[in-house]
Design a binder for this molecule. Structure first.
Ligand code: ZN
Length: 307
């Protein structure tokens, strides 16, 4: 049972969306008819302890031998996997298809992205820092930006397509030296090229379920794929405008009547560098959000302990 900050509050279960595995809970204060104070998405899952034997479709484990090593692959396979109720999209589903489950690897993905180095020392100190995580965040920002710009045309696109292309790229470009921090622009463009390759060929195997193609026509319309390819081409050609920070405020220009270019921010900087600035802003926003959630959690906990 989730705690509430005081007796005037209560959690309400929102109506579940049919294709989403998540259940959304809203914290409300009914006596003053307030809107929801906070909402939390929960994904119920069945934990399956398989003792090194995952379901048949994923029994080999992910292709990480060259990148993380065979030992890590076996360690990964010894972890439990999770089954999540997720109805397939489409009409005229059979009764069986309506009761479909999805195998979730989000816990494994989190772990291999956290300890992502070919050598154990990657990102342990400043000297060994790599740019893998920045590349993933840039790709996620780009996908988010594309979806905001073309919400209807790219409805089928999601950040998981980017994450999958990223994981494939990590397993091919496995050596830590290929991801040196100062190589961020080149590494990101390489990742983008890889994603475009998957889009052009219509083939993006799931990283853990290699026989499942995330870009197969059954789950990702060919029309959307063609649109996405053109949108990515346009971004590359025009210097990734979706990753640029917003235009500087007019005030900044007024402060420089002498035409001193040093205060005119960024319009002629390389796109990748500005992309990193943009990422920083997004990152700071996320940090603020995480901090706010942490404060709420602490307040809730203190309240419970007080009772
Ligand atoms: Zn690293």
């Amino acid at each position: 049972m989730l705690p509430v900050p005081d007796e005037g509050c209560r959690w309400e279960v929102n109506r579940k969306r049919i294709h989403s595995p998540a259940v959304t809970l809203s914290l409300c204060r009914p006596e003053i008819n307030s809107d929801e104070l906070i909402s939390v998405d929960l994904v119920p899952a069945l934990e399956v302890h398989s003792q090194g034997c995952w379901p048949l479709a994923v029994c080999n484990g992910p292709d990480v031998d060259k990148w993380l090593g065979k030992k890590v692959r076996l360690e990964i396979k010894s972890l439990p996997c999770y089954l999540i109720p997720k109805r397939l999209k489409g009409r005229n589903l059979s009764e069986d298809a309506k009761e479909s489950w999805r195998i979730s690897f989000s816990h494994v993905e989190k772990q291999i992205i956290r300890s992502h180095g070919n050598k154990k020392t990657c990102c342990e100190s400043k000297a060994t820092k790599c740019c893998r995580k920045q590349c993933l965040m840039l790709l996620k920002s780009l996908i988010e930006g594309l979806k905001q710009r073309f919400p209807n045309e790219l409805d089928h696109l999601c950040s998981y397509h980017g994450k999958t292309a990223f994981l494939h790229t990590l397993s091919i470009r496995f050596d830590d030296s290929m991801w040196a921090c100062q190589e961020l622009p080149a590494c990101f463009l390489n990742l983008l090229r890889n994603l475009q390759f998957h889009v052009r060929t219509g083939l993006l195997p799931h990283f853990f379920v290699p026989d499942y193609n995330l870009f197969s026509a059954a789950v990702f319309p060919k029309k959307t794929l063609a649109f996405l390819f053109n949108a990515l081409e346009e971004q590359r050609r025009e210097g990734l405008p979706l990753l640029k920070p917003p235009a500087p405020l007019p005030l900044l220009r007024l402060m420089s009547p002498s035409g001193d270019n040093t205060s005119q921010i960024s319009s002629d900087q390389s796109s990748i560098l500005t992309a990193v600035c943009s990422l920083d802003t997004a990152f700071v926003n996320k940090l603020v959000l995480v901090f706010a959630v942490a404060v709420v959690c602490i307040l809730l906990r203190m309240q419970v302990m007080g009772n």
